[in-house]
Design a protein around this ligand. Sequence first.
Ligand code: FMN
Length: 207
Amino acid sequence: MDNEKLFIPILLGTVRQGRESEKVAKFLFERVRKNSQIETELLDPRLMNLPMDNEGEDLKFINPGYRNAIMRADGLIIVSPEYNHGYPGSLKRALDILLKEYIHKAVGLVGVSSGSWGGTRVIEKLVSVVRELGLVVTFADLNFPKVENLFDEQGKLMDEAFNARIDRFLAELVWMSTVLRWGRQNLPSKFDAQIAKLEAEWQEKTK
Ligand SMILES: Cc1cc2nc3c(=O)[nH]c(=O)nc-3n(C[C@H](O)[C@H](O)[C@H](O)COP(=O)(O)O)c2cc1C
């Protein structure tokens, strides 16, 4: 097993003005940054180019930062608010700009809500989406219910009970990301050729 840090970016799942999920994503970003096993980056759909007149993989060519982060990633953390028991359209539009780039990488899901359930319903719905993308979802989710009461003005999480939950969430994600990186590096897969072709196409179109 190599000792290279895992690269696990954090995708914030909404562009809404006044989004509370941003506090969760920023707090997790600082926590993950301090983990010696992980290198991370915050991916914000507000900073992506997601025009309303197109969808899907065409859009990766105008979002090289997102594409390169996912290609390099060993895992992904998605921080999603719950909107009408589902995920925000902006999160789905961001995820949909790639496909095979996600294959055999781990994903940990974080639900955020103003209600008491902490985004459990959006997490359940995201499971089927990430599975279709080829991501491998962990079973240690994180939930942030009543989010507007959780952080102080400096973005500090006021309830200490979250610390142990975050540790468990990250431990599972590190384990899964490590196993999958070993697998990608050591076990042949029918997707290897397809992903190499994607990379060659990317190099050709972006040179
Ligand atoms: C369009 C929309 C739908 C929402 N639906 C739900 C919901 O189904 N369940 C819930 O607990 N909160 C719901 N909320 C409240 C969010 O949980 C709340 O805004 C929370 O702060 C997280 O979202 P945010 O990151 O956009 O702030 C909804 C908010 C919006 C804007």
